[in-house]
Design a protein around this ligand. Structure first.
Ligand code: AMP
Length: 450
């Protein structure tokens, strides 16, 4: 199938030509007519499959020129980084179309965004929290929304946005098209669809467990954290081969810990993102990695999901994800848009079960590589790896449920006062405006004499 088989128009064909795309990706080919039909749509596709254009091509094809101020298309995404990325993609496609696109997200000045909205717009890309705040302030009117796209719904629900979404649905017109994209079909996603969608058309490409053919996968069995660090440092020294490396860890603390270790070796080449970092820090890290100023990015699963970064040479799974779907998301960051990518996965003995789950999902075995001889095997363990010493049958130990709870009545007013201590000093300070001590007894006398 070619783009000519899709019922596009000249401005879109020209934009696609400029981008150098030759054929629609499978999800684009499948989604076009369904999205264009105006029915509710649920698409199962991972990032990297071209899903943003899968919904944007038909939407832009049928969005008529208008000067009205209120947006007609609303696209909700889970993270601020994705807002920036989706706006960028829409702008590329809209190169020859006269439309107004705006991205809004939290953590930045809301007044600047209000002013931008007041100027009028056609397509709004937003994170749910900021969108809701803007809608409540009445600067943003949602009554003209014809199409609602929710992208990365599974991540959105994982991040606890369900209520925000439902609040937003309440503000939208009844008559609208709902389009939803998710990388995985979880139970939460299914519930949301059943509650709010009208017999949607479902489209999906492959099973969410099918690895992309252009990613080569290998794994290492590594005894512990410090040996993993040694192996990683050894590999990363080959700058030519490992030229754009995304390293995944499961949680923030591990991201910081690994960053600290790698910083000793790769200072200028290294950056990190996780949800405790400020918005500016996160955007800067991603930009520096995207542009190639930093060769290595350490990231947690949630932060890096959905990110589209070109030419990632390697995805390294510093730990083995407990949920095989997370492995699929991680490796999908490389081998994008038909390019070759490599992925490595480090597993300790404890991480052998998750490896089995991943292999079962993909219906293939990941070949094992030996740890190179020059890599030092460490015996030192981090806190989480040390055996947990459990005391059995301690007769004096109180069980959790036996712990006394808080009092069930309010304290009397006089008992609620906090004892601040030093009442004498405070009294004196009040009187003389300055703290005085007993040693200063003669202070006033001295001053009177003058
Ligand atoms: P997405 O899955 O939307 O994050 O897109 C992944 C990447 O593929 C983006 O960088 C797109 O610009 C690119 N892309 C989208 N459609 C095509 C296409 N038909 N041919 C080549 N690359 C594409």
């Amino acid at each position: 199938m070619t783009f000519q088989d899709l019922n596009l128009n000249t401005p879109l064909y020209n934009a696609i030509d400029d981008l150098g795309f030759t054929t629609p990706t499978p999800i684009q080919a499948q989604a076009f007519n369904v999205v264009a039909s105006g029915k509710d749509v649920v698409g199962i596709a991972q990032t990297g499959t071209g899903k943003t254009f899968a919904y944007m091509l038909p939407i832009l094809r049928h969005l008529k020129y208008s000067t009205q101020e209120n947006p007609r298309v609303l696209i909700l995404v889970p993270t601020r980084e994705l807002v920036v990325q989706v706006v960028d993609e829409i702008e590329k496609l809209s190169k020859y179309i006269n439309n107004r696109v705006l991205g809004v997200y939290g953590g930045t000045n809301i007044n600047t965004q209000k002013r931008a909205i007041a100027e009028g717009l056609d397509i709004l890309v937003a994170t749910p929290g900021r969108l809701y705040d803007l809608a409540l302030s009445h600067v943003l009117q949602l009554k003209s929304i014809q199409k609602l796209v929710i992208d990365e719904v599974d991540v959105m629900l994982d991040l606890g946005f369900r209520h925000q979404l439902i609040n937003i649905f309440d503000l939208l017109p009844e008559r609208r098209q709902n389009i939803m994209f998710s990388a995985t079909m979880t139970q939460d996603v299914d519930i949301l669809i059943n509650d709010f969608f009208k017999s949607p058309e479902r489209i999906s490409i492959a099973l969410s467990g099918t690895p992309l053919d252009n990613i080569s996968q290998h794994r290492y069995n590594v005894p512990n954290f410090y040996t993993k660090v040694n192996l990683l440092v050894h590999l990363l020294q080959d700058e030519k081969h490992f030229n754009k490396v995304l390293i995944f860890v499961a949680y923030k603390r591990m991201a910081d810990r690994l960053f600290e270790k790698l910083d000793e070796f790769f200072k200028e080449e290294l950056c990190v993102i996780h949800s405790n970092k400020t918005q500016n820090y996160r955007l800067r890290s991603i930009e520096q990695f995207r542009e190639g100023h930093n060769r290595i990015l350490v990231a947690t699963d949630v932060m890096a999901r959905g990110l589209d970064i070109d030419n990632v040479s390697h995805v390294i799974n510093f730990d083995t994800p407990e949920y095989p779907e997370n492995y699929m998301h991680r490796i999908g960051r490389t081998g994008r848009a038909e390019r070759k990518g490599e992925t490595l996965i480090f597993s300790t003995e404890k991480e052998q079960d998750p490896i089995e789950h991943i292999e079962r999902l993909m219906k293939m075995e990941i070949p094992i590589l030996p740890i190179p001889d020059s890599v030092t095997i460490s015996t030192e363990l981090i806190e989480e790896e040390r055996p947990q010493i459990k005391e059995r049958n301690n007769p004096t130990k109180r069980r959790e449920e036996d712990a006394p709870g808080p009092a069930f009545h309010e304290k009397k007013a006089k008992n609620q006062k906090e004892n601040l201590g030093g009442s004498y000093r405070r009294e004196i300070a009040k009187k003389y405006k300055k703290p005085k001590t007993r040693g200063d007894k003669n202070y006033n006398k001295r001053h009177k004499k003058k």
